[in-house]
Design a binder for this molecule. Structure first.
Ligand code: ADP
Length: 311
């Protein structure tokens, strides 16, 4: 049965993939024969044992199943590690690229600024480039630093009753000063926002990260809405954009460390895959929760909730 099955299967796959039959049959035989042999000998041992003493067979099946599940779990963990390793390698390549882009802009702008005969508007625009690109560099370093702190358990949060409304509008005001022309930033504050139990600096960091993402992934412009309001025992924050959106299949993974969606899907927008991971970890440390509602091409809404100071 085994031989017929494998040879037929190899034939079907070789036909579908338009590969030569012999090498693929040999590859399937080599990769499936050892597990087949183990399973076959185990099964015959169990059948023989059943004839002698059914009780011993039943007792043996338990540990065998545990071993099989443990093997499966080990295999899964190993696969996850391999994927993580791949993402890490990709991250190093991405980071070098992400560092070089702002550095080149700052270098170019400062070289031009050294020329004496520049008119005032050009000077202003070059200084603007230096400021924006240096801020981008600083954010990049901050993200790398925070990801490392969170991994090594050094990202402590100091939770105090915080005025969520004042903090959110302060972040929005600051973001407005660096807004591209094609984007509008709106603040929506619901009535009766209670004090939130949060670390103000970390809360600011999460909001800045989400707003920066909303800007970055809205290459055609649109409205970015930042909202804050009460939600039972929680205070709810949201950052909504009308940008590229995220397919549902990616919703679970975008909060993973280093994970980035396919650059073709995001029209090559740069990034390191650390921002949302940091947001999730910080929200967790403040005993809150974070999620996304989004559809490809229809914008995204990132929502997070933190406990109210009273609760
Ligand atoms: P990155 O530095 O790549 O932006 P993040 O961790 O912040 O890393 O985001 C992970 C991925 O989630 C991004 O690569 C992007 O594909 C997707 N993403 C995050 N925010 C948005 C958004 N507002 N709109 C569309 N896609 C987003």
């Amino acid at each position: 049965f085994y031989l017929v099955d494998i040879l037929l299967l190899a034939g079907v796959i070789a036909l579908a993939r338009r590969e030569p039959y012999r090498p693929s049959a040999r590859a399937y035989l080599v990769s499936t024969f050892p597990p087949f042999l183990i399973m076959a000998s185990l099964t015959s041992t169990l059948v023989l044992l059943w004839d002698q003493t059914p009780f011993a067979t039943i007792v043996l099946v338990g540990p065998l199943l545990v071993i099989a599940f443990y093997q499966r779990w080990l295999h899964g963990a190993f696969e996850r590690l391999r994927e993580f390793d791949r993402l890490k390698d990709e991250f190093i390549a991405v980071l070098s690229h992400e560092l070089r882009t702002p550095l080149t802009s700052v270098y170019g702008a400062s070289l031009t600024l050294q020329q004496k005969q520049l008119d005032e508007p050009t000077r202003e625009s070059l200084l603007g480039i230096v400021t924006t690109e240096s801020a981008r560099l600083a954010r990049l370093f901050d993200d790398a630093l925070w990801a490392n702190r969170l991994d090594t358990g050094r990202g402590e949060t100091v939770i105090v009753p915080t005025d969520a409304e004042a903090l959110t509008s302060e972040v929005v005001e600051a973001a407005r000063t660096r807004l591209p022309e094609e984007l509008t930033l709106e603040l929506e504050v619901e009535a009766g926002v209670p004090l939130v139990a949060a670390d103000p600096d970390r809360l600011r960091q999460i909001l800045v990260n989400l707003i920066e993402n909303a800007k970055k992934y809205s290459p055609d412009g649109g409205v970015v809405r930042v909202g804050v309001g009460p939600a039972g025992r929680y205070v709810r924050f949201l950052v909504a954009d009308e940008g590229l959106g995220i397919p549902e299949s990616e919703h679970g993974r975008i909060f993973e460390k280093f994970y980035r969606t396919d650059p073709n899907m995001t029209r090559g927008v740069g990034g390191t895959g650390l921002g949302l991971y940091i947001c999730r970890e910080l929200v967790r440390r403040m005993e809150g929760r974070i999620w996304v509602n989004s559809e490809e091409g229809r914008g995204s809404t990132f929502v997070f909730e933190l406990p109210t100071a009273r609760s």
